[in-house]
Design a protein around this ligand. Structure first.
Ligand code: TXA
Ligand code: MG
Length: 339
């Protein structure tokens, strides 16, 4: 019999088939299981169990107005919970399982805890692609509510160690599956209105959705003050390390760590010195070959690694705003506004 962690011990970090069975049993017993997806690690609970979902909010210290993504084993399960529109069907055929979340109206008899919707008439659903996530969903047999497995407002975890550091003993178990392939949270698209609206950028970009749907997609990834945000998470200081982040840096302030992209050969330090002579602990390169996919996969890990009190801040070199670079710049902008 699995016992739920009563906040005393560090959670077990386990991989393999036996671990999936144990994780599924814990989910069914009302527990909290951190598990890997292709985007970031999620903090999962049985979406049908209000008490278990409440534990997610408590563990993350997440404001209760911020709704959760419900992960499903397949499109059929997602369509049982929501009013699945023709656009949703089309996008699901092309992009699920994968790193994209749909906002849809809840079905009148939707059994998912209302807490997941945070008072909204809608529900966010996603069918993830990661093998362990899919096996966990199948084995558990219930939809799994899972925000990113970090304390609210902090960097999303892309490896088990980040979950341990951020949530520690608030979690019952960590299902270990190595580093996340995409490294940035899923694209979020609102499909409740006539026109699809992109609410969060990710690996799948607006142009891809437009091609599939043969229709224009509105982009509302930045909340404006004059209108209520469609995605409550937009208003929060997200994705932040505990020290300041400075974007588009062309040189370094003394005491700053460097997060490079491409060659950092010519990066100087104000007052004298070169970035290339910094100690290894103060210097990371997202992608020496300027590959944006590699940069996305490395982003949160490297921000985690440079996030220490020895550094005055983290200076990040410019990155092109194309493809997944749009999402990278979005996360960096939020991080740079947060401290
Ligand atoms: O890649 C991901 O999406 C990861 C993995 C674990 O799946 N999850 C994740 O969840 O990033 P979270 O909770 O950190 O971010 C979910 C975002 C939040 O900005 C939230 O406000 C928004 O989705 N959201 C959730 N439900 C919504 C709804 N019904 N309407 C509008 N926005 C919603
Ligand atoms: Mg999050």
């Amino acid at each position: 019999m699995n016992s739920l962690n009563q906040g005393k011990d560090k959670p077990a970090v386990k991989g393999g088939d036996a671990a999936i069975r144990e994780a599924a049993d814990l989910i069914n017993a009302g527990g909290l299981v951190a598990f890997p997806t292709e985007t970031v690690y999620g903090l999962g609970a049985n979406a049908l169990d209000g008490q278990a979902v409440a534990r997610i909010f408590e563990a993350k210290q997440r404001p209760d107005f911020n709704p959760l993504i419900v992960h499903c084993a397949d499109t059929e399960q997602a369509a049982e919970l929501t009013e699945f529109t023709p656009y949703a069907q089309l996008l699901a055929e092309h992009l699920w399982p994968g790193p994209i979340t749909f906002i849809l109206k809840r079905k009148a008899d939707c059994p998912v805890s209302e807490l997941c919707s945070a008072g909204l008439p809608t529900l966010a659903v996603r069918v993830p692609q990661h093998k362990l996530a899919r096996e966990l969903l199948q084995r558990a047999g219930v939809p799994i509510a899972a925000p990113s497995a970090n304390r609210s407002g902090r960097l999303s975890p892309t490896a088990p160690v980040h979950v341990l550091e951020s949530l520690g003993n608030a979690v019952d178990m960590i299902l270990a599956g190595g580093a996340c392939e995409v490294g940035l949270e899923s694209t979020v698209v609102d499909l409740t209105g006539e026109q699809p609206v992109l609410l969060r950028s990710g690996a799948i970009i607006a142009e891809q959705l437009e091609q599939i749907l043969e229709s224009e997609v509105l982009v509302e990834t930045e909340s404006t003050n004059d209108s209520a945000p469609k995605s409550p998470g937009q208003t929060l200081n997200h994705y932040a390390p505990s020290i300041p982040v400075r974007m588009n840096a062309v040189d370094l302030e003394p005491g700053e760590a460097l997060l490079a992209f491409g060659s950092d050969k010519f990066m100087g330090i104000k007052g004298g010195g070169a970035a290339k002579d910094l100690p290894d602990s103060s210097r990371r390169n997202l992608s020496k070959e300027s590959d944006l996919n590699e940069a996305a996969a490395n982003l949160f890990r490297m921000l985690h690694e440079l996030d220490c009190p020895e550094h005055k801040g983290i200076a990040v070199m410019p990155m092109p705003k194309m493809g997944i670079g749009i999402a990278i710049n979005d996360r960096l902008k939020r991080a740079s506004q947060s401290v």
